[in-house]
Design a protein around this ligand. Structure first.
Ligand SMILES: [Zn+2]
Length: 76
């Protein structure tokens, strides 16, 4: 018997877009009232704000690095 609570979040796809700029989203922020999607850039920018209210944060920015190289996440 395992005591691990394991959720299977829906992977973000190319159809998921940042709520701020429309770029491909790599972070999904679950809130009590809904969810927000952010690109890597805006996820970092808004992290201090949503971290206070988010019930869960699905961060797939690692995938961004894997798909586009280490430089992509640092691009402004
Ligand atoms: Zn964005």
């Amino acid at each position: 018997m395992t005591g691990t609570i394991e959720t299977t979040p829906t992977p973000l796809t190319a159809a998921d877009r940042c709520d701020r700029c429309g770029a491909q989203a790599y972070v999904r922020v679950l809130l009590p009232v809904g969810e927000l999607l952010f690109c890597a850039h805006h996820a970092r920018e808004h992290a201090p704000k949503y971290a206070e209210v988010a019930t869960s944060v699905q961060d797939e920015t690692d995938r961004l690095l894997a798909e586009h190289g280490a430089g992509a996440g640092a691009a402004r």
